[in-house]
Write a protein of this length. Structure first.
Ligand SMILES: Nc1nc2c(ncn2[C@@H]2O[C@H](COP(=O)(O)OP(=O)(O)OP(=O)(O)O)[C@@H](O)[C@H]2O)c(=O)[nH]1
Length: 400
């Protein structure tokens, strides 16, 4: 199957078999309706019934139908369609696309032939989008190889190769790396959030809690950032908004003690996921390390193998600075995943690839806007679509 076909299936959430089946079902239903029409007309012949009983029946049917529609709507709201998630990536990456893709488009339009000069210009564009030196070099080698292998003379089809290689470079043969490590039903999952202040950590915790609640999980929050003024109240507000309990102590208290309390409360109340906030003081790596070590110790003493995730929140708009922060946290603790906030606020969305390549830590979530459902699990195919959406829409419709 071609890359574009696979991509389309992923973006729309339908496999080609499902698409064919769906079309067949629709066709059959239409035919059936045509055939059944006369029978229905005959069946519709009303039996004589008391007008009041008829009215009650109609009312009941309308009520039932309304309820069914409402339930379906609520279900849909809880579980967005694959295509609506794809659109979130498209909107969230608009800034990056505006600068980065227009340059790539311009390049493809100017060059008829894929030659060394074309590669050099593309290299420059990718570097400007913060994709990172090593990733760009790797991509260039792969592109050169593919272009030679396919004996490509013109730029037709170059999008497909660029997109395919970007996804491959991100995945590195490991699919599903963005999934959260949630424990089986009935067991408590502990997620620890780390990251410097101001990156959007608290907002992200709130959004993640909302997401997990929508999946039917019982969620609790631990206000472990006892250092930043207002952090506890901010988390409390999110707790109320999302509808989950927040365990807290007063400002300045020991974060490990707050988390200890929270674990015990979570166990007692049959919570599925406990999300712990922490303060991100970076001025002294030794102190940061000591604080996180203590928190880790407390958690794993209460629940072996926990925390199940240590998520580092990074602000995408800070570019290379985010990479430096990540390096420090990586040295201080065992970070299992990155949450890249404010991806919608940067024109240099290539940072996702640089993070993956430089740190070898998967990006588990990306922030694509300020709304509560704008935190999305990172998906390399949707990301690549977001980068090239305008051009890909044309190419994907050609594939039909
Ligand atoms: N556009 C956009 N804004 C975001 C995103 N994530 C967070 N924000 C905004 O960033 C601002 C700061 O987020 P907060 O969660 O309040 O972060 P903070 O309180 O400064 O600091 P920490 O919680 O310590 O990180 C808020 O206005 C958030 O709405 C995102 O993905 N996109």
């Amino acid at each position: 199957m071609s890359f574009f076909k696979r991509l389309k299936e992923k973006l729309t959430g339908k496999t080609s078999e499902e698409q064919i089946q769906q079309e067949t079902i629709e066709e059959t239903t239409e035919e059936k309706e045509e055939v059944e029409q006369p029978i229905a007309d005959v069946a519709a012949e009303p039996e004589q019934e008391h007008p009041l009983a008829q009215a009650e029946q109609v009312e009941e049917t309308v009520e039932e139908e309304t309820k069914a529609v409402e339930e379906e709507q609520a279900e849909k709201e809880k579980k967005p369609s694959a295509w609506s998630i794809t659109q979130k990536f498209k909107m969230g990456l608009a800034k990056t696309r505006d600068t980065f893709t227009s340059k790539v488009n311009d390049l493809i339009a100017r060059y008829r032939k894929v030659d060394e000069e074309f590669f050099e210009e593309l290299e420059e564009i990718l570097l400007q989008a913060d994709v990172g030196f090593e990733t760009v070099m790797e991509l260039m080698d792969e592109l050169r190889f593919e272009v030679q292998r396919k004996n490509m003379n013109d730029t037709e089809g170059i999008y497909e190769i660029i997109c395919e290689k970007l996804v491959e470079i991100y995945e590195k043969g490991e699919e599903g790396i963005s999934e959260l490590n949630l424990q089986p039903e009935g067991e408590l999952t502990v997620i620890l959030f780390v990251g410097v202040n101001g990156v959007g950590k608290t907002t992200t915790i709130g959004k993640l809690a909302h997401r997990l609640k929508n999946q039917g999980k019982k969620v609790m929050l631990a206000a472990g950032d006892t250092f930043r003024a207002g952090a506890i109240e901010q988390l409390q507000i999110w707790g109320e908004r999302v509808g989950c309990e927040v365990i807290k102590q007063s400002e300045g208290s020991d974060p490990a003690a707050v988390i200890y309390d929270a674990i015990n409360a979570a166990k007692k109340r049959g919570v599925d996921v406990l999300i712990c906030d922490t303060a991100g003081r970076l001025q002294n790596k030794v102190n940061l390390m000591k604080e996180l070590e203590k928190i880790h110790r407390v958690i794993s003493r209460e629940i072996p193998n926990a925390p199940h995730e240590v998520l580092l929140a990074l602000d995408a708009t800070t570019g290379q600075n985010a990479l430096i922060q990540a390096q420090t946290f990586k040295e201080a603790t065992n970070v299992t995943g990155i949450v890249l906030t404010k991806l919608d606020g940067t024109a240099k969305g290539g940072i996702v690839l640089a993070i993956r390549n430089k740190l070898n830590i998967p990006v588990k979530f990306v922030g694509l806007g300020e709304k509560i459902d704008d935190l999305q699990p990172f998906d390399p195919e949707r990301y690549v679509y977001g980068l090239f959406a305008d051009s890909l829409d044309k190419e994907l419709s050609k594939e039909e």
